[in-house]
Design a protein around this ligand. Structure first.
Ligand code: ZN
Ligand code: CU
Length: 490
């Protein structure tokens, strides 16, 4: 059969095509051959080995989850049900300073690194080996992987509670450069967390200079998302300016009741600085966050649910206040007894969440924690919740805009030139969903519940989720930095 013939592996007809650019949806069809989109719009004359009638349904690019901690889930649970069930076809791993590589360690890693692996054997000393492993045992989704600053610190320093010495910075920078060479897309920091708290801005800038040279990017879980959120934004902008690199503010929020409403100021500041430098941001659609159980977060939270605990596994899913009451101790002491542990923290204001989600430059990132016993429902619910709850039910933005925040926008922020939009020649990463039905079903009580209304999902032309279950296919690819075209470094 000639490549010019109108024979496709799959044709999808009569869909509402939402292309990821924000342009109004159009009725039409799409054809796939191998891993590419080969026809779009009018499918006159095209036939497919499989022919799908998508009347009443939306066909859009597969969603890009820009903020994940899927580093080891990609290996341990390669069908990635929690993500493909939402229509996610590409994940960005290695966030918040936490990555599986490059790190050689012979003991249980300190929190929050233990969120991705409690077992030191789960880590990769060499970033190239991590990516090669993903090539050999591919997951269902595509992956972009970052180096975590905290992982670098743990590998290079004997004492994390001080700034790195010049020699340690040089060691970290060499490891970072090797990783970028191997295909890491950038460096994430988690300056809020114990392993990186003592790192001064200058330490990050020194490392970030390697990002400029390699044309990579920087994402950050900022030092403070509560009272000092403005200072933290300024610190992030400074890193971007001095190293001349694009920065992405992870899971932007204003935590703690005293700070509710401050997203008016933070978004204004981001907007002003976007005039001079490249700044991106992401958010998840919930008023509760989730991370390691840390008593420094208690004062900002109105309620805490334990998500896992090593000494008290039975505590997972329980309210921290009730546990403390049962034990006849205060919450801080309960945290100390439960640790190592994780928690869900209710600490945001719904109006801030909506304002941040609606901001035109905000991408969607789940920040799901795939190894938690009782995870935050964002792991299974983020994308359908934006589509069903915030877009359809609350009408916070149009469906085209919701899809753009999950596809075209993150594709351009992360330099994916042939994904994140419907176009002839683009990779066939697709999601077919019912716009009237799509909704998250994961709750804080039953967090591992697949969403409704996601009908079928394709990665690189192959169906990975269909009729409410995984197909078992694992066509994902570990995408390397050199294949990307990141935003300008000017
Ligand atoms: Zn984070
Ligand atoms: Cu995170």
């Amino acid at each position: 059969m000639s490549r010019e013939s109108k024979q496709a592996d799959l044709v999808i007809r009569n869909a509402r095509l939402i292309d990821g650019t924000g342009a109004p949806g159009q009725r039409g069809g799409l054809a796939i051959r191998d891993d590419r989109i080969v026809a779009l719009g009018d499918l006159n004359g095209w036939t497919g080995a499989r022919d799908v009638d998508a009347s009443g349904h939306v066909l859009s690019p597969g969603f890009i989850d820009v903020h994940t901690h899927d580093d080891r889930a990609l290996i341990a649970n390669p069908t990635m049900d929690c993500k493909v069930s939402q229509g996610v076809t590409t994940v960005v791993a290695g966030n918040c300073g936490v990555s599986l590589a490059p790190l050689a360690i012979d003991r249980r890693p300190p929190a929050p690194i233990d969120l991705i692996s409690e077992d030191p054997r789960g880590f990769f000393a060499d970033f190239a080996d991590y990516l090669d492993h993903l090539d050999e045992e591919p997951p269902a989704t595509n992956v972009l992987a970052q180096v975590g600053h905290s992982s670098l610190r743990i590998g290079a320093m004997d004492d994390l509670e001080r700034p790195a010495t010049a020699g340690e910075v040089a060691t970290m920078r060499r490891l970072l450069e090797q990783s970028l060479e191997a295909g890491a897309i950038g460096l994430s920091t988690g300056l809020f967390y114990p392993p990186a708290k003592a790192a001064p801005t200058e330490e990050v800038i020194e490392l970030a200079k390697a990002l400029h040279q390699a044309k990579a990017l920087h994402t950050t879980h900022m030092r403070d998302e509560a009272d000092q959120v403005i200072d933290s934004l300024e610190e992030t902008f400074r890193v971007g300016r001095e190293a001349q690199i694009p920065v992405v503010i992870s899971h932007h929020k204003c935590a703690g009741q005293r700070n509710h409403g401050r997203s008016c100021d933070t978004l204004k500041l981001i907007d002003e600085n976007r005039a001079h430098q490249h700044i991106g941001l992401d958010a998840y659609p919930y008023v509760a966050g989730s991370t390691m159980l840390d008593s420094s977060l208690l004062e900002d939270a109105s309620k805490v649910i334990v998500t896992w605990s090593v000494p008290h596994p039975e505590a997972a899913g329980r309210d921290l206040q009730e546990i403390a009451a049962d034990w006849g101790i205060d919450m801080e002491e309960a945290v100390a007894r439960l640790t190592p542990a994780g928690g869900v923290f209710f600490m945001m204001d719904e109006a801030d969440v909506q304002r941040i989600l609606a901001y035109p430059h905000t991408m969607i990132g789940s920040d799901g924690l795939p190894h938690d016993t009782q995870p935050h429902p964002r792991l299974w619910g983020t994308f359908p919740r934006v589509l069903g709850h915030y877009c359809r039910d609350l009408q916070l933005f149009s469906l085209e805009e919701a899809v753009r925040k999950m596809t075209g926008l993150p594709a351009s922020e992360f330099g994916l030139t042939d994904r994140g939009r419907l176009a002839v020649g683009a990779a066939a990463d697709l999601v077919l969903f019912d716009p009237d039905e799509v909704i998250d079903a994961a709750t804080f009580e039953a967090p591992k519940t697949p969403a409704r209304g996601i009908l079928e999902v394709w990665v690189n032309g192959r169906s990975v989720w269909r009729d409410g279950g995984t197909t078992g296919a694992r066509p994902g690819r570990a995408l390397r930095l050199h294949s990307l075209s990141l935003p300008s470094h000017a």
